[in-house]
Design a protein around this ligand. Structure first.
Ligand SMILES: Nc1nc2c(c(=O)[nH]1)N[C@H]1C(S)=C(S)[C@@H](COP(=O)(O)O)O[C@H]1N2
Ligand SMILES: [Mo]
Length: 252
């Protein structure tokens, strides 16, 4: 969708249809433009479709706000965790030298990367806000490899539409469409505030998606798989979050 006048037309069509003909008709318009989120069924489905469709058409190329260093938040942070599993403890005891990120699915060259491999690739830093759906947020500087770099290095195939990504915590996984996967602010983050990413905040490696709510920024990242359909992952809703009642698309 590169033609701005076409985008404008579809966007005003979406808004007008939502007001005039109702959400279901807006959803049909979004569907014709390939803008149906995976959790579009059920009671909130038409609303999810309208939010995602309108955001994608209006803001596909926008950036999350970046802040000056003076606004970086002071610890402690609200949501600190650490995976309690033996596997995580073993990897941590080894300084995370054996931590592996596997990239597979619809890529020409499936590969496995260590954190030091990632550190040897082009790096990017951003000072952005991480906001939780429960209401709190904090600002930090995240450093990592742009996800887009890994996708070009592994040869993402043209048919891929989503990236599904998994934590060493088995019940945490999520997915992004290609607009967010290729967005320059989407990072495989291994650093925070000029240090290694602390374990409670997702170290050694987390997804950082500043254009969406905090739960998309999955911590303890171990695998990314490229796919053309989200149907065969979990309940087919694109993430563990909609299974618990939150939207797959959590744009801010
Ligand atoms: N593996 C894993 N990733 C996770 C979570 C989690 O509990 N486990 N919590 C999510 C939620 S709900 C939020 S708001 C952010 C919190 O990130 P923070 O610890 O940096 O505040 O991480 C997200 N990623
Ligand atoms: Mo959250």
């Amino acid at each position: 969708m590169s033609n701005p006048s076409r985008r404008k037309l579809i966007t005003s069509g979406l808004a007008a249809t939502a007001g005039f003909g109702g959400l279901a008709a807006a959803a049909r318009l979004a569907a014709r433009n390939g803008l149906i989120p995976p959790d579009s069924g059920g009671l909130y489905g038409p609303g999810e479709t309208l939010t995602y469709g309108a955001q994608r058409l209006l803001t596909a190329h926008s950036h999350a706000r970046e802040f000056p260093k003076s606004l970086i938040s002071k610890p402690p942070f609200a949501n600190e965790t650490a995976p309690p599993t033996d596997e995580f403890k073993r990897l941590r005891a080894g300084g995370f030298r054996d931590w592996k990120l596997t990239v597979d699915g619809m890529v020409a060259h499936p590969a496995t990367f260590s954190v030091s491999d990632l550190k040897s690739f082009p790096r990017s830093s951003q000072i952005t806000s991480l906001g939780c759906e429960e209401g709190w947020s904090y600002i930090a500087e995240w450093t990592g490899t742009p996800l887009s770099h890994i996708l070009s290095a592994t040869g993402i195939l043209p048919g891929a539409r989503y990236l599904v990504y998994f934590s060493i915590e088995k019940d945490w996984w999520d997915s992004l469409d290609m607009a967010d996967a290729l967005h320059p602010q989407t990072l495989l983050a291994y650093g925070m505030n000029d240090a290694d990413l602390p374990v409670p905040l997702g170290g050694p490696l987390r997804m950082r998606v500043p254009r969406q709510l905090g739960y998309k920024s999955v911590k303890y990242l171990t695998r990314i798989t490229a796919t053309d359909s989200l149907k065969r992952f979990g309940k087919g809703l694109g993430s563990s979050s909609p299974e618990g009642g939150y939207s797959w698309y959590a744009g801010i």
